[in-house]
Design a protein around this ligand. Structure first.
Ligand code: MG
Length: 400
């Protein structure tokens, strides 16, 4: 487990052919314990039988919640490691095993946090404290704490575009002077106007050729979400993500019917079955599963394919290290309805350095991930960097 801006959790699968598969799981409390318990039922199995082993892990953890929940974070990392191992065994990149690629490079969208709360990335439940590299990015936190302003959004948009990103995303549910009550489901008229002004500033700074999406993190009631979605209509935004809680398919459907702004959701849903109601009801225009938690790479490819049948776009959520990001890029390459893949590591000084690639040193080239012909996922972990930022108290791939 490496302390990035989230606890990046890596899984290795060892085989009797000497092949080692590498995957990544989305963080969760108690995650490494679940992974170790699932490992016990995989030992001695044929690592090539990925769907069967997925079902075996699913059945084995059914008492802990078989249709959703953090056991799937664990299963997703193991499943990705199995695909990496299978690709290495067959001498083929994972995107070929998923049906072949529609594109040679995968477009990223840059998650842009304009404004910074202090301390950054401190989450007492999920991360247990301050990241050790916080001082590297903000040696003078009092001075560097930014407020959320239209000017800050424009500056961040211009910086991301200068790095080559063609799609950006900003949060609109940020601290602001018009918020009457913390945690409220209600967005006041003044707060909605402020959100629209943040959005306008980012969209204008990004320019006519760059797409911009916005996120509301499931916080709001229907009327508030609709108020913001309609204010965004003149900006022609790429999407409005999670305006209401993710399980509210009927509310999402009503929103989608009431606004031209494309509505998206998916990072808190699990498995194909989690996405079925959204698609059958035609509730969203874009689905955004997180491939390090939704159930794995094949499950992600199945969701993409099913969404495509409903003419719904596929824009995976992603907060992982380069390992999980590149694993997700294989699924994106094979998805016809692909929109963009999230990149959430702009603030992490060593994000790129965790990756060892066969053909280059930079994971991201001009806002895209170029795919290679390397077998499996095609990226290895830089162990020296991983050890430097390893989470205290967690075993390094089982080392005592
Ligand atoms: Mg989101």
């Amino acid at each position: 487990m490496v302390q990035g801006n989230y606890d990046w959790t890596f899984v290795r699968v060892y085989t009797d052919q000497g092949i080692v598969g590498l995957g990544e799981s989305f963080f969760a409390p108690g995650l490494t314990g679940i992974i170790r318990q699932l490992a016990a039922i995989l030992i001695g199995e044929d690592a090539r039988d990925i769907s069967r082993l997925f079902a075996k892990m699913q059945r084995a953890s059914s008492g802990a919640g078989s249709v959703a929940g953090i056991v799937y974070n664990a299963i997703s990392g193991i499943e990705a490691a199995l695909w990496d191992a299978l690709g290495k065994y067959l001498g083929a990149p994972v995107y070929q095993l998923l049906g072949g690629k529609h594109r040679d490079r995968v477009k990223l969208y840059a998650d842009c946090h304009a404004g910074r709360e202090w301390p950054p990335y401190y989450d007492p439940v999920l991360q247990g404290g301050m990241v050790p590299w916080a001082a590297e990015i903000a040696p003078n936190p009092e001075e560097e704490a930014e407020i959320y302003t239209p000017e800050a959004y424009a500056k961040r948009a211009r910086e991301a575009v200068a790095k080559g990103f063609r799609v950006l995303k900003f949060d609109l549910d940020v601290p602001n002077p018009y918020q009457e009550e913390a945690g409220s489901r209600r967005i006041s008229k003044a707060e909605a106007a402020f959100m629209a002004e943040l959005a306008r500033s980012a969209v204008e700074a990004a320019g006519p050729e760059v797409e911009v999406g916005f996120d509301l993190h499931w916080r709001y009631d229907f009327a508030s979400a609709l108020r913001v979605a309609q204010l965004l209509e003149p900006l022609n935004v790429a999407w409005l993500e999670d305006p209401v809680p993710p399980q509210s398919s009927s509310a999402l459907k009503a929103l989608s019917e009431a606004t031209r702004t494309p509505i998206s959701t998916g990072e808190n849903l699990y498995l194909v079955e989690g996405f079925l109601p959204l698609l059958e009801d035609r509730s969203v225009r874009i689905v955004s599963p997180d491939l390090q938690k939704v159930g794995g790479l094949l499950e992600g490819a199945r969701i993409a394919s099913m969404a495509d049948a409903y003419l719904v776009g596929f824009a995976p959520h992603n907060i992982s290290s380069p390992i999980g990001t590149i694993a997700s890029a294989h699924v994106c390459a094979a998805a016809r309805n692909f929109v963009a893949l999230e990149f959430h590591g702009q603030d992490v000084p060593f994000w790129n350095d965790l990756a060892v690639l066969p053909d280059r040193s930079e994971v991201i080239v001009d806002g895209y991930i170029p795919l290679t012909d390397a077998p499996g996922i095609g990226v290895e972990l830089n162990e020296e960097v991983a050890r430097r930022y390893a989470k205290p108290g967690e075993l390094f791939f089982g080392e005592e």
